[in-house]
Each structure stands twice: as C-alpha cells, then as structure tokens.
Design a protein around this ligand. Structure first.
Ligand SMILES: *Cc1c(COP(=O)(O)O)cnc(C)c1O
Length: 403
C-alpha cells in the first residue's frame, strides 16, 4: 500500500526493535498519503477494479480487503502491533474482552471437551462458561489458581484447555505460568492466559510456554476508559481457526476502537510503569495504616505470590486490594467518603477507581464461594490511576479517619 512514503523505513523489521519501539513503530504500513500518524479506515466494505477482480478476491485467489467483518487495515495494524508486543505469531482483535474468550472456546473446542479454569477468573468468564458453553456439551472444572496439585488432579482424558488469569482479581494471587504450561503440554491441552491485568509490558505469557493470550483491550490497552475491545494472540495455526469463527460469527473489533487501541499501545509502557509505581506507593502506605488490617498486592514482599510475580512479571501492576478494620459498614464508609476516586467496577484507567468487590464485581458468587476466594465484606479494591499519589492517599484518608 505504500506509495510516496519512504518505503525503506516502512520495511524496517519489527523483530529487531526493543519493546518501546515495537509499541510505537511496528504493525503499520503508511498509505500513499504519507500520513505520519496511523490512518483510521472507517469503511465497512471495499471496491474492486473489475468483476473479474471481485471474483478473485471472493475466491481467495487474491488476498485483500473485501468487507470489514473479514478484514480492515486499522484493525490489522492493531493486531500486528499487539502480536509483536506479546511475542506471538498472530493476533486477532474482537469486539470486547468477553468476545475474545468466547472466540477461543468456540473456535478451538467441541462437544465432549473439558476445560480446567482458575476459580477467580473474571466474573463474566465464569457466567459464560457455566450458563452457555456447557449447553454445547463442554465440561468445566474450577481449581484454585495457585494450587498446582489441584490443576493436575482436575485433568481428565478429554481436557483440552487450561484457562487462568494472573494476577487474580481482586486478591493479586499469582499463577506459575511455567508449571501450568508444562502441565498443559504433558496433557495435550492448550494453556490460555488472560493477560489483562499485566499487559505485554509487564508479563508475556507466551514466553513462559502459554499457547494463547487473551485481552480485554477495554482496560489498560486503551487506558482511558473510552472503548470496548479485546484480542487473542498465539500461533498462526490456532489464530487462523479464530479468524474463521470471527468472519462467520461477527464479534469483530470496530475500526474506530482499533485506532484508539493502536494509539494506546504507543503509551502503554510508560503508563504501566506509572500505574505500578503509584500502586506500589499506595500499597506501602496502606500496609502501615492503623485502620487497614491487610493489603493484597503482589509487589509487597509479604504477599505469597511475590517471588513468583518477580520472576514472571517486570512489575506488579495497578490493582491494590485491602481490608479495613470492621465489616461492610466500614468499607462502604471509606468508599463513600472519597471525593475524587471514581466509584466504578472498571479498571485500567488514568482515573483511580474504587469498588466493594463483595457486593459488586463478586456479588454473584455464593457466600461460600466468596469466603473460599477470601473476598470479605471489609475488602476494598482500588485500581490505581495516574493522579498524584498524595491526592489518592488523601482521598482514602477521608474515610479511614471516620472508621
Ligand atoms: C474486563 C475484563 C474482561 C472482559 O473484558 P470486556 O472488554 O469487558 O468484555 C476479561 N478479563 C478480565 C481480567 C477483565 O478485567
């Protein structure tokens, strides 16, 4: 597609780039307009020079754009850039994070197959598996994320997929990705990792042997709470099966959202470093606070997942959870006393968000399930944003002074 732009520069091989450069320079071919910033192709379809060419495009004799449910240049640029960042052969963009997980299951599993899934996955992942995927004859078992024996024991002859999310939400538990990928390989199953909390900046599951990474781009990849989207990254042999499903079923990413995420990737590294730095300071401050009884953040040396997180992550991310002295009343008081923090279940935003997991994000769990997961009534989750850390602390202090 490049015409009057500098072909030599366009042809630079992204494999040679460092992580920051990859996020900024890879995955885009300039058009003949020689634009500097990546172009947004808001078009649902594409035209052909002749009836004969149309026939060739439709029969796949010639590869090219036919219809944006099949392919779109802006979506493809996002996919290529994210694949390069995760170190995967190919990425496939989807309309949301849940559409990414749905596509993995629909494209790669069939009736009679079995999934082993970590217990503390994102709520909608559990609802989707339990209420819908099982209707098609796929079995699901849940195990504790950090209990390797439990993963091993849950494997059945028909186990085709291990699915985990690390670090977990909201307790920041850490899965051993190297051990889980060894287990997946020895049992002929695929290891799928939801890498939403870390992003490729902090953790690259494919490097530890995982087969597939799924993302909710809605969170840190955008980073400013504007768009819904998702993505799947892995070997082309697997991703081509997802492409087939997406083309037929349609949960594809909108070109506009792809453009927002594409630009989001360019600043992802410095944002993740800043989220992590703010979160580390908040976790340390909370740990020393007289009204706080426990802090869950894998960056704290006292956290059981600390050494594993240190091994497989380059930093600890932006999500910090903590227990206040008391129960629901005290936790709600702290949340309701904030003036700046946003009371919302979303995360991965420049704006710090605060939520009471037991009655919102994890409210659908039974009391027993919540207790098993360690999510008490006095637990608060903060997804630390990029404001001044003193302003975040001062806002939490308002309620902590009252309990
Ligand atoms: C938000 C989220 C999802 C779902 O993503 P959507 O874009 O909301 O569909 C999946 N996994 C994790 C860990 C999430 O935080």
């Amino acid at each position: 597609m490049s015409g009057n732009s500098d072909n030599k520069k366009d042809a630079l091989k992204s494999e040679a780039f460092g992580q920051a450069t990859t996020a900024i320079r890879s995955g885009y071919q300039r058009t003949h307009e020689a634009e500097h910033s990546e172009a947004l192709f808001l078009t649902s379809s594409y035209i052909f020079d002749s009836a004969e060419m149309a026939a060739k495009y439709f029969s796949n004799e010639v590869q090219g754009n036919v219809y944006s449910r099949y392919s779109n240049p802006t979506v493809r640029a996002f996919e290529e850039r994210l694949a390069a960042m995760e170190g995967g052969e190919q990425a496939v963009a989807t309309s949301s994070g849940m559409a990414a997980t749905l596509s993995v299951v629909m494209a790669l599993l069939q009736s009679g197959d079995h999934i082993v899934c970590s217990r503390d996955v994102f709520g909608s992942t559990r609802v989707m598996l339990n209420n819908y995927i099982v209707k098609f004859g796929v079995e699901v078992s849940y195990v504790a994320l950090t209990d390797l024996d439990a993963w091993q024991q849950a494997i059945q002859p028909n186990t085709k997929m291990l699915f985990c999310e690390t670090p977990s939400n909201p307790m920041s538990e850490v899965a051993d990705l190297e051990a889980l990928s060894a287990l997946a390989k020895s049992s002929g199953a695929l290891l799928v990792v939801d890498n939403c909390f870390c992003t490729p900046v902090l953790q690259k599951p494919l490097d530890w042997g995982a087969d597939i990474v799924v993302h909710s781009a809605t969170k840190y990849l955008d980073g400013q709470g504007r768009c819904l989207g998702g993505a799947v990254v892995g070997r082309s042999e697997l991703m081509e099966k997802l492409v087939g499903f997406l083309r037929a079923a349609g949960p594809t990413m909108s070109p506009f959202n792809a453009w927002v995420f594409l630009k989001g990737l360019e600043t992802l590294r410095i944002r993740m470093q800043a989220h992590s730095a703010n979160a580390a300071q908040l976790a340390a401050w909370l740990s020393a606070h007289p009204k706080v009884t426990k802090v869950f953040y894998a960056g704290l040396e006292s956290h059981p997942g600390h050494s594993l997180a240190k091994k497989q992550q380059s930093d600890f991310g932006g999500v910090v959870s903590f227990c206040v002295n008391g129960g629901r009343e005290q936790a709600w008081k702290v949340i309701d006393s904030t003036r700046m923090l946003s009371l919302t279940a979303n995360l991965g935003d420049t704006k710090t968000t605060i939520v009471h997991p037991a009655t919102t994000t994890h409210g659908r769990l039974s009391d027993a399930e919540r207790e098993q997961a360690g999510i008490g009534e006095n637990l608060i989750r903060v997804a630390v944003g990029l404001e001044d850390i003193d302003d975040i602390k001062n806002d939490l202090q308002l309620g902590l002074d009252l309990i």
